[in-house]
Design a protein around this ligand. Structure first.
Ligand code: A3P
Length: 310
């Protein structure tokens, strides 16, 4: 890390991290030290193309699922058979749709030359921190949010898996307090959601705002919505040939989590692929959060997202 970056980091508000040692508040949101390096390099160097598609979430809102669905959707002509030779059968969705800012952690010029058009990128960056060219070129953004209770529980489990054994696990109470104060990966959760919610209202052709729970409850309807937003709607013939169902089955929690690559593989960044598949259900928070915790999260959501009760 350069001395300039170190000097910059010490000028930012800093708190103890959930996994890494520190989180730093930059443009109103919290980032681990290493990731922040990527964010700043990405802001300075990434050049979007007009038909790039950005899949954006807060961590643990269903990013893996959204990546799989969108990859299968936009590439359905190249890979028409979801049972044979489909890249999702042998690659984790995070490999097929990489995190944009993380590609900049160790270099100012990552190689995206192998990407086919439209390029699919993902990020957890809040709207205010997106690289300028994404906004200037009016690139399409798909935002997926999830109710904060399940998102928090999922984040609690995921970050404990990522922590070094010798550090021990974070206590639920400690990280719950942090989450409520907004001190979580790319948090505050509510500000993140609100930023994209507002953009989706102002510019619905550019930003599609989806909810994990809605997608789970009516997957067909939402996949069609996504295809229309991305200007690759299903033809009548495709609908008759159950292409929608095939994509949904390919990307289902049961199918993806049981693939060998996702049971035993690892990402280039070191995380085990299986860490991205835990339960994949709505309402698991009931098994972990006390009545007081639920009331607190509900209160925060009512206060901060009155227009969008999750
Ligand atoms: P749980 O921890 O509640 O099970 P992300 O992909 O943003 O990291 O989010 C991970 C969450 O999405 C986890 O939630 C995971 O189980 C769930 N998930 C992963 N793949 C999924 C799929 N294909 N369908 C539905 N949920 C999925």
């Amino acid at each position: 890390m350069s001395q300039d970056f170190r000097d910059f980091i010490v000028s930012l508000p800093t708190e103890k991290g959930w996994v890494a040692n520190h989180l730093h508040q930059y443009q109103g949101f919290w980032h681990p030290t290493r990731q922040l390096k990527g964010v700043i390099a990405c802001q300075n160097h990434f050049q979007a193309q007009e038909n790039d598609i950005f899949l954006i979430t807060t961590p643990k809102s269903g990013t893996t699922w959204l990546k799989a669905l969108t990859f299968a959707l936009v590439n359905r002509v190249r890979f028409p058979n979801p049972k044979e030779n489909h890249p999702l059968l042998t690659n984790n969705p995070h490999v097929l749709v990489p995190f944009l800012d993380m590609a900049y952690i160790d270099t100012d010029s990552p190689d995206f030359s192998s990407f086919t058009s439209p390029r699919l990128f993902s990020t957890h960056l809040p709207f205010v921190s997106l690289p300028k060219s994404v906004e200037d070129l009016g690139c399409k953004i798909v935002y997926l949010c999830r109710n904060p209770k399940d998102t928090f529980v999922s984040l609690y489990h995921f970050t404990n898996r990522l922590r070094h054994k010798e550090k021990g696990e974070n206590s639920l109470e400690e990280v719950f307090d942090k989450f409520c104060r907004g001190v979580s990966l790319y948090g505050p959760f509510w500000d993140h959601v609100l930023g994209y919610w507002k953009q989706s209202l102002e510019n619905p052709k550019r930003v599609l705002f989806l909810k994990y729970e809605d997608f789970k409850e009516e997957p067909k309807l939402h996949l069609k919505k996504l295809s229309e937003f991305l200007e690759c709607p299903f033809s009548e013939e495709e609908e008759n040939h159950t292409v929608i169902d095939q994509i949904l089955n390919l990307c289902s929690f049961d199918n993806l989590s049981n693939l060998e690559v996702n049971k035993t593989g690892k990402l280039p960044s070191g995380e085990e692929n299986c860490a991205f598949f835990r339960r994949g259900e709505i309402g698991d928070y009931k098994n972990f959060l006390t009545k007081e915790m639920l009331e607190k999260l509900d209160h925060l959501t009512k206060e901060k997202l009155p227009a969008l009760l999750l």
